[in-house]
Design a protein around this ligand. Sequence first.
Ligand code: HEM
Length: 239
Amino acid sequence: MSSNRIWQSTVGKKVVMAITGIGLMLFLVVHLAGNLLLFVPDGGVAFNKYGAALKDMGALLYVIRGGLLAFFLFHIVAAIQVYTSKKRARAGRYALETSKGGPSKLSVSSKSMIVTGVVLLIFVPLHVWMFGMNKGAPPPMVMIDGSEVKDIYTMVATSFNQLGIVVFYVGTMLFLGFHLRHGFWSALQSLGAMNPKWTPAIYAAGFVFALLLAGGFLLLPLYFFFFVDVPVAGTGGDM
Ligand code: HEM
């Protein structure tokens, strides 16, 4: 089947959603692993070194960012199109069918995907603007291995010292958890990997994955708010 025909079918779009979703989940695993360096009690040296190492990847970093952006966009467009075509199909059936009992667990979860997805769609650009671009202001700088790099530790610590930002992050991470829990098994189902024998184990794995990932991200703002003083910019370096 040509890539155009795959994209035009609902099944094809679900596969695109699954593959891009898994790619985005992998990004989040790597992102959280790097962010765990924020817990190192060294005034930000380890985290700023990690930021500097990322920057040292040069052109490769831009290729990865481009891929990430493409995955993000394909995931959203496919999700919106699958959602609207399902809605249209449901509206067509509505006159013929009456519901036996309440909505199924699956359909409640699928509906929640669009809500949690929209929350993440608002969160991601705001987050990149805040931490990637320091809200448009020149970022604080620090010396690492003899060169001046962005003091991302100070940026994170300063932001997570503000109650409004902490509440926003903690709230959004709860939505992220629900999105990941459903997304995990939904992706496996779309790729045909859901053997009924394994269904309970896959549901459980999705729950644990979402809990670890969203829980890890959620602890960071709380940790900074309650346990870390705002550092003096430029002190989280190695010289
Ligand atoms: C509390 C948790 C989080 C912290 C402390 C955090 C921290 C950061 C920082 C410091 C950067 C900028 C890195 C740099 O400029 O070198 C960044 C970039 C980014 N973050 Fe997060 N992040 C968190 C959660 C998330 C979540 C949950 C998502 C997605 C749902 C996310 C998606 C991104 C993306 C897409 C970028 C841009 C990557 C790039 O430009 O290379 N982050 N994050």
